[in-house]
Ligand binder design. Structure first.
Ligand SMILES: [Mn+2]
Length: 461
């Protein structure tokens, strides 16, 4: 049987930049401009190191339908290097880079295969003249495709490893190839579904077929936290014998929680202690980035770094990560709340600026993107305990908002125009927010906290 490796990548978004607050100039501006390109270069370099047979790019190679010269040149250059090593590149265009009038600006080497739009393309991968794998896929020809194009993915079940590339939201309806996990499971003879569109990595089905999102190689904002990368997959015949994630991002976005009720901070009453604590935390984070695989994996690491596959389990390094953009999320109940809640925007900006300069020399860099205050008063628990009627009233009103749809709608309609955004991230409007269930819950919780604080203060007068 033939053994080979391939890389599954998607959502590279060449031509896009990172969004980090305060990074308009200097070293960080450079990182913001180059990180997406660097991630792609690293991906290609890893393909050579791991001697993969081919790379799959399941949509959104480019950020925009209108290609840019630098991005096109880099893609063509990297593909030429891969060609010299005998590595194939299979590309399906996604909703961000549909195949319309646009085309590549530079000639591509013969190892590059771009799926057609309108009907599926099938490619055969050969080794010494023998077919060892097939790749099927179809490009978007518009920013949305509502057809269930995978129903036409017909490949024979003849002992050859079959891969399907699909750029889908994996929702039963919508603009991005409506599909469900069971729809894909029902397509016969596919061994691996290389999905794109969702920027977070995930393995949705572990065996026969494997269905996976590789995630983006480089997160670009706080909606894409954690290390970015791609999947390295090892195949023996029609069996997947190993699978692991390769980290390709040079900059990582992280929200780090600072709990003011923690042992170290619960007695603190001034910003000096708080800033020193955050600086210490930042040093620990930076140290974590210098060790091999020392970064805490995201909470749901198991979901994508599956233990099922033992074939390629040598520890991957995080050395590609040159720094982190951090959002410090101050939370919990404690005395510091009294100081924090009185800060205006200028005060928060001043703390942000101070943290940036205190951490300036740290490598890997830890850049303070922002400081977000979500703390609450330690008094409110006590007030609730002392006022049984108030507690009952609050519980009842809040309970109704979550159980009674019409009450919730009434409240939402009074929250103002800013909350009339869409939940579809592709249809996002700049000055509108989408009120999802979590946000709705936190608005109500904040309101309760505010009521309790006001009452606590009155009681203390
Ligand atoms: Mn994308």
């Amino acid at each position: 049987m033939s053994r080979f490796r391939f890389i599954h990548a998607a959502d590279i978004h060449l031509g896009s930049m990172l969004h980090i607050d305060g990074a308009e100039e200097g070293m960080l501006a450079d990182h913001c401009r180059k990180a997406v390109y660097k991630a792609f270069e690293r991906l290609c370099q890893k393909a050579v190191e791991y001697q993969v047979k081919f790379i799959l790019i399941s949509g959104d190679l480019y950020d925009r339908e209108s290609r840019n010269v630098y991005a096109n040149r880099l893609f063509a250059d990297m593909c030429r290097k891969l060609d010299e090593k005998g590595i194939g590149v299979f590309v399906a265009a996604g909703n961000h880079d549909p195949l319309m009038e646009s085309q590549e600006l530079f000639a591509l080497t013969p190892n590059v295969h771009i799926c057609k739009a309108g009907s599926p393309s099938v490619f055969e991968v050969t080794d010494d003249g023998r077919v060892i794998a097939r790749v099927i896929g179809q490009s978007y020809n518009a920013p949305g495709v509502r057809d269930r194009i995978y129903r036409e993915f017909n490949l024979p079940g003849d002992g050859i490893f079959n891969i399907a590339m699909l750029h889908t939201q994996l929702e039963a309806s919508g603009n991005y190839i409506p599909s469900t996990v069971s729809d894909l499971m029902n397509v016969p003879n596919i061994h691996y579904w290389a999905l794109g569109h969702i920027h977070k990595p995930g393995i949705l089905n572990k065996r026969k077929p494997v269905i996976a999102y590789s995630g983006t190689p480089q997160g670009r904002d706080f909606g894409e936290e954690g290390p970015g990368g791609c999947f390295l997959v090892e195949v023996d015949g029609t069996e997947i014998t190993g699978m692991k994630r390769i980290i390709t991002s040079s900059v990582m976005f992280r929200t780090i929680n600072i709990d003011i009720s923690s042992d170290e901070l619960k007695n603190a009453e001034d910003l000096t202690t708080l800033e020193a604590y955050i600086v210490d935390k930042a040093n620990q984070v930076a140290l974590g980035l210098t060790g091999t695989a020392a970064v805490e994996p995201p909470a749901d690491a198991d979901a994508y770094l599956s233990k099922v596959y033992e074939g390629l389990n040598e520890p991957d390094d995080f050395m590609a990560i040159e720094g982190c953009a951090v959002r410090w999320l101050l939370s919990g109940r404690g005395n510091l709340h009294r100081v924090l809640r009185n800060l205006d925007d200028g005060g928060v900006a001043d703390i942000t600026q101070a943290l940036r300069s205190k951490l300036e020399s740290l490598r890997p860099f830890i850049w303070t993107d922002s400081v977000v205050i979500r703390t609450s008063s330690p008094l409110t628990d006590q007030t609730l305990a002392e006022h049984a009627t108030l507690r009952k009233l609050l519980e009842q009103s809040v309970g109704e908002l979550f159980s009674d749809e019409s009450k919730a709608r009434q409240l939402k309609s009074g929250l103002g125009l800013v909350w009339q955004g869409s939940g579809d991230h592709e249809a996002r409007v700049e000055d509108r927010f989408f009120l999802d269930d979590d946000t709705f819950r936190s608005v109500i919780e904040d309101a309760c906290q505010l009521i309790l604080e006001k009452i606590s203060e009155k009681a203390g007068d």
